[in-house]
Design a protein around this ligand. Structure first.
Ligand code: 3UK
Length: 500
């Protein structure tokens, strides 16, 4: 029969044939070849069969980045079940929500999993990979598995969007989506090839990490190093020194922390290129990194709904402080509140279209109608300016605010604040003062004694040198940390809720 397409085979079986003895995964002291990877994936798929799971049922995967996470993900897909990748570090109540919302019939977890306190109504099998006997059990099933005869447009897996407000939303993706993003961005922009070793600080449950650590290396017949531990600057330096990856994928706050703690620039010698996503990479971070290491950071914007990056800078032609140019064949439009195109150079809502975008939100027709528009356009929720084909991020539509009838982008004000040496991290939002909206900043000061009132005056004077007065924070709250999502994004809406 023609038209059968299973992404697990696309990514794996071809490599197992062409380069079965090549190492695909480095993990602690293990080196896993493509041949072994294929067998383990098949075993995990067969395990689901043994448990009586039916194709199309959801399988929650709450695992740290490790080989078993890859086996469970690709094994479920090859079997025809839909893996749902989530963070292994969530609370019992979030796990209960995710199990019930996805109606997962089985879950792969570790000892650290916070079991739901309420009944997970649909869950029939809780598989803990740390349990004695779990690995023996998988070793006992067959290493051969016929792929489920799916089509490229069938759903293959679900991710949950970290969501800025409310409960996370399930985002289904099709079989064709992972290879598509690997081709257009992984190969098209980063030129990932067989000789690369990929290392992503962002984990597999985040669409960014999933592409960086599974689809890009596997699509290219390259290799990946998986790290189960928290991505601190020191941890990243250790992994780079030990495994010598050629490509590194990080998020802006991590690059900032690495800049502050790197003593020996030779640590980064193995890298040929760095990529950044998740939030806008400040121009200052790009320049300091380039100066210190000689390496470029390729900033690009992606989303869970699009699966990976659709607008990106290009190696050798970076425009610092921007997201760069469209990644073909993605298309983009910038529109006003009525959905009409705005002229080049003016801010508006970014819509994108391309083959990897999710068709709907899992069981959320309301959110689907708001986001997945007619003719395949996806509302990103971001405000962008396009000029000469180059796209600059202005903020989330819901983080923007108006002061004295002028739009203020928190990003612009944060960039100005961050240039001051006493500012380690900051986030800008707004509050009402005598009935009027005014900018408000949260600042995490750097180490050393600081007199708050003095610093407040200094920071205001510093911002006023760069920006018009209406953008300058009227109030500055000094704090020790900023609220972030588990994918590392600052949650400005939470700061706003605090002061209202
Ligand atoms: C923001 C950026 C400015 C933007 C993601 C790469 O972040 C990812 O997915 P999420 O669903 O969030 C999407 C939203 O995050 N954003 C992401 N990258 C940038 N803003 N500059 C950037 N470079 O608001 C976007 O709508 O968590 C990133 C690949 C896959 C991803 N899922």
């Amino acid at each position: 029969m023609s038209g059968i397409y299973n992404v697990a085979c696309e990514l794996l079986d071809r490599n197992a044939m062409a380069r079965g003895d090549k190492i695909a995964v480095y993990y602690q002291d293990q080196k896993i070849t493509y041949g072994e990877l294929q067998k383990q994936v098949n075993r995990f798929g067969n395990l689901l069969g043994e448990l009586g799971v039916s194709p199309g049922e959801r399988i929650l995967i709450a695992l740290p980045d490790c080989p078993a996470c890859v086996y469970a993900f690709l094994g479920s897909i090859k079997y025809g079940a839909w893996p749902v990748l989530v963070s292994p570090l969530l609370s019992a109540s979030t796990n209960a929500f995710l199990l019930n919302d996805s109606r997962a019939s089985a879950a792969f977890t570790t000892n650290g999993f916070q079991a739901p306190q309420v009944r997970a109504e649909y869950l029939r099998h809780l598989l803990c990979i740390d349990d004695e006997g779990f690995m023996e059990r998988t070793a006992a099933v067959s290493p051969e598995l016929d792929p489920y005869p799916s089509r490229e447009d069938d759903i293959a897996f679900l991710l949950y969007s970290s969501g800025s407000t409310g409960n996370p939303k399930g985002v289904p993706h099709r079989h064709r989506d992972l290879p598509f993003t690997a081709d257009v961005y992984g190969r098209g922009v980063l030129q990932v090839s067989e000789t690369d070793l990929c290392f992503s600080a962002s984990k597999l449950f985040f669409a960014y990490g999933l592409g960086n650590s599974i689809s890009f290396p596997l699509r290219a017949g390259a290799a990946v190093v998986l790290d189960p531990d928290k991505a601190t600057a020191l941890e990243i330096f250790k992994i780079i020194a030990t495994y010598r990856p050629s490509l590194f994928f990080g998020v802006p706050t991590l690059y900032n922390m690495m800049l502050k703690t790197l003593n020996d620039t030779h640590t980064l010698d193995p890298l040929r290129l760095c990529a950044s996503a998740g939030e806008a990479l400040p121009a200052a971070t790009y320049h300091s990194w380039k100066k210190l290491t000689g390496l470029e950071i390729i900033d690009g914007i992606g989303s869970t709904e699009a699966l990976h990056i659709f607008i990106s800078n290009r190696p050798g032609a970076v425009r610092p402080g921007t997201s760069g140019y469209l990644v073909p064949p993605y298309e983009a439009r910038i529109v006003n509140g009525d959905g009409l195109p705005v002229p080049s150079g003016e801010p508006g809502h970014l819509l994108i279209r391309g083959k990897s975008t999710a068709p709907y939100y899992w069981n959320r027709p309301d959110k689907t109608a708001e986001t997945m528009l007619a003719d395949g356009w996806l509302r990103t929720g971001d405000i962008y300016i396009e000029e000469g084909g180059c796209y600059s991020f202005q903020g989330r539509a819901d983080d923007m605010f108006k002061v004295d009838a002028h739009w203020v982008s928190p990003i612009t004000v944060e960039e100005a604040l961050r240039e001051h040496p006493a500012v380690l991290e900051c986030a800008v939002t707004w509050r009402k003062l005598e009935g009027l909206v005014v900018p408000l900043a949260y600042v995490v000061p750097g180490p050393g004694p600081q007199e708050e009132m003095k610093l407040y005056r200094e920071l205001r004077a510093h911002v006023l040198q760069k920006l018009p007065e209406y953008m300058c924070p009227v109030q500055i709250i000094f704090c020790t940390e900023l609220p972030k999502t588990d994918t590392g994004k600052i949650q400005r809406f939470r700061l706003r809720n605090e002061v209202k």
